[in-house]
Design a protein around this ligand. Structure first.
Ligand code: ADP
Ligand code: MG
Length: 348
């Protein structure tokens, strides 16, 4: 699925031709990039900072379905989710490498769509593409991205570090990406049963966008600098709030209280959840792929946090003995369980 309809076989350009095309799409933007694509290795200059490094592997059929994911969006998202991991350490990403394996089912135009999406994501946060590897695969598309960032040790925020009674905060709103996926899967099923029926995404644009085009929250990291706050612990939400808050609790050896009525849920998320017979709170707690930031902060930073747009305070940390619980609107207390979706669990 891609917009450019011409078809140039990758074999007519060759691996080196393709790499040249990629190189021309990504002019270097960072001082820390001394040498990018073209030699046997990139040469980077971290100055006197610490290096942050993270890698993701994306496999067709496991992590994405090209039946409803346009290649440009796939490129954009695959870069964004990597950048999100560096932001989640309170640092800025500087370089990425991209390795792709693709079958001959993909034309040059298709691969250019993929890299165009990657270029848009890189440009949004001035990140350089400095290398990678390119190979054919027997079946399907494989993408592996590595991201690098640099930061002073005292500015890095880990999953550990939260204190008892710290505020629990989250950026943006939750559950949208999960519902976007549900809508696309519903329409795919209808289409497979009756190809003459066109998919109906009417009024669901926001949810589809949350799923197909997540935005890593570099703006929130900027806001921390501006407000002079440093979270005490942080993680990005890839597997759902329940699962991520439990990571923060475990790493910090604490428990938590999260208030259902404080969860940031968009009205379209609520209405669509009801339409699909789902509970909006469950979607917000367990739906994955929102790529928002979940962090804790000292109570003294309350006023500063309130000045950061798009951040909600949803609860506070407690001792480990008090457990990790959600307080419902009716004031009932429920244990939080990790129910983020797992690649190893059958989804049918
Ligand atoms: P080698 O045979 O030494 O692995 P390659 O021919 O694979 O070298 O790569 C040549 C250059 O092109 C290297 O700088 C490499 O990092 C870069 N490169 C290869 N594939 C990609 C890609 N998919 N994206 C970005 N750079 C790439
Ligand atoms: Mg190579």
């Amino acid at each position: 699925m891609f917009e450019n309809k011409e078809r140039t076989e990758l074999s007519s350009l060759g691996e080196f031709g393709l790499i040249e095309r990629i190189k021309s799409l990504f002019p270097i933007q960072n001082k820390s990039t001394l040498v990018g694509i073209g030699d046997d290795a990139a040469v980077l200059d971290p100055g006197n900072k610490k290096i942050l490094l993270s890698t993701d592997l994306l496999l067709e059929g496991i992590h994405f379905d090209l039946a409803y994911v346009p290649l440009k969006h796939l490129g954009y998202k695959s870069v964004m989710v990597n950048l999100s991991d560096i932001f989640a350490m309170n640092a800025k990403p500087s370089q990425i490498t991209v390795s792709v394996g693709m079958s001959n089912r993909f034309s040059l135009e298709a691969i250019e769509e993929l890299f165009e999406g990657m270029r848009l994501a890189c440009n949004k946060f001035s990140v350089d593409l400095v290398g990678g590897d390119t190979s054919s695969s027997i079946r399907g598309l494989v993408i592996s991205i590595t991201v690098l960032g640099y930061a002073d040790l005292e500015n890095i925020v880990f999953r550990h570090g939260a204190n008892n009674r710290d505020l629990i905060c989250v950026s943006g709103d939750l559950g949208g990406a999960y519902l976007g996926l549900q809508i696309m899967e519903r329409e795919k099923k209808i289409f497979l049963e009756n190809p003459s029926i066109q998919p109906d995404f009417e009024n669901k644009d926001y949810l589809i966008e949350r799923q197909l085009k997540p935005e890593a929250r570099g703006d929130v990291i900027e806001a921390f600098i501006k407000q002079k706050v440093k979270p005490s612990s942080m993680i990005d939400i890839s597997d759902g709030l329940s699962s991520e808050i439990l990571h923060l609790c475990k790493a910090s050896n604490l428990g938590c209280r999260i208030y259902e009525d404080k969860l940031p849920i968009d009205s379209l998320v609520s209405s669509t959840a009801y339409e699909l017979n789902l509970d909006p709170t469950v979607c917000a707690m367990n739906g994955g792929e929102d790529y928002e930031l979940l962090f804790t902060a000292h109570q003294e930073d309350f006023e500063k946090i309130k000045l950061i747009e798009e951040v909600s305070i949803i609860g506070y940390m407690v001792t480990k003995e008090e457990g990790a619980c959600l307080i419902s609107r009716g004031n009932n207390q429920y244990d939080i369980k990790a129910q983020g979706w797992s690649n190893f669990i059958d989804k049918d």
